[in-house]
Design a binder for this molecule. Sequence first.
Ligand SMILES: [Fe+2]
Length: 512
Amino acid sequence: MADKRVEGCLKLLELASAGKFDSRQLVILLETLVELSAAAAGKAVREDTGEEIWVAPSPPSGTKKEIKFRLKPPDSGPAWQIVLLRDDNSPYLREDLLEGIILRFQWLWQREARCQRIAWRGAAWQKLLGVLLLLAERLEVQQVLNYVVQWSARLVGARYVLLRLHDARTDKLSLAAAWGIEVEKVPAEIREAPVEGTVAGKVFQEGKPVIWPPAAELASFFPRFFSEVKSGVIVPVKFKNEVLGTLSIYDVKERTWRKEEIDLLYTFGVCAGLAVRNALLVRQVEKFHRHLLEALSFALDMRNPYTAGHSWRVGVLARKIAVRMGLPRELVDKAYLVGLVHDIGKIAVRDAVLAKPGPLDPAEWEEIKRHPVVGAEILAKVGMDEDTILAVRYHHEDVAGGGYPAGLKGEEIPLLARIIRVADAYDAMTSRRSYRRSLEHEEAVEELRRYAGIQFDPRVVEVFLSLPRASIQEVISSKGGGGYNIPFIEGFGFYGFELRKKVQGVGADNLY
Ligand SMILES: [Fe+2]
């Protein structure tokens, strides 16, 4: 008998040290108490709903006495009434001792749970801080969104996460990133959640977390696709008081979301909002910046009708080369921008020189040759990054040396400048000029091949020539932002592409 009591106490100790509470543990606790008190039966009654759990190892008979205790689980869940039915005269364990054991058990249980909560909170907030620091470094919108879904899943160990952003035009919450499933595989009806009548919409409107499944009237928008989903929580993605979207975190197991988990996700949602907002602003500024540069290059090209759209086409061709070379996204974007602004220094060249159809005299030639340096200085003044500035400065350098302004050779010339050199030359050759017709693709290719290793980086030429012909043709034949109808002037003959010393003898608009 005594062994049974010790065994029962040990079981209680073990249960308390788990510090957890769920229906399975409640049953184990009830069984242990029934055994410990030698009761005929025991029941646990949930205080708020009246739900009952019974344990009856032997059929109740004779005079039974009810021993009652109130049990408050170690989380924010509801309290339970424990009722043990045992023989009134049982000498097995005195009622006051039993009560003392249960009180001590509850105290240990709560204490252990508190310790675990503190440890969890410490670890979770430390993790959150690390994630936020990493998030702060990311400025590309999709990268930020992907990071948010990935880390919200990891923070609380969830299976699926959907991040929706509010689209003001449609007043819907559109799926922007997902974790646990590819965005493309999410059915259309889940990808776009209306604000009215959906759980995500409620979170968006009220700016407060909702534990899923919510009240029945809101469950109409049940994500059928996630039939395995058993529990979830949706938190707002906020920037100050503005809700930008929602973060839905789903799990495939029944789960009681603890207050600290909701707090953690809510805080993460607020910080994610800041990161998303920043990334969107950066994207907006970059877009504005790009449009400004496009407008500037357009204005420059328009000074001479024969070069209309040239900068834009050079930018697009340079981007295609950069993509084909497998350069990182950042450099691919820069290749396009450098293309747009490579000749910006021609702003400082007089119209009489820039649009001169006849040969240039030495002074005019010197004026033209200054444009890469002037361009680099202009870009430095507007705070452009160094890669772009250097690429503009050296876009007339030759790989074998002898170019201008510095006479650099080979890899001394920045890669972006070497890319622009090829794109620039090809577009200049295939464009009409006031004194010659445009070259055919084959003729231009021949020139590029001939001067590969002399003027052009052979590797860049090779990559350029590996681009599908149609892809190049598409750019060359487009009006390229210039939208200018270039007149073909007969009588100037074919000049072809020549080495610079020969080019010196023609109009300035051939000096791509
Ligand atoms: Fe140039």
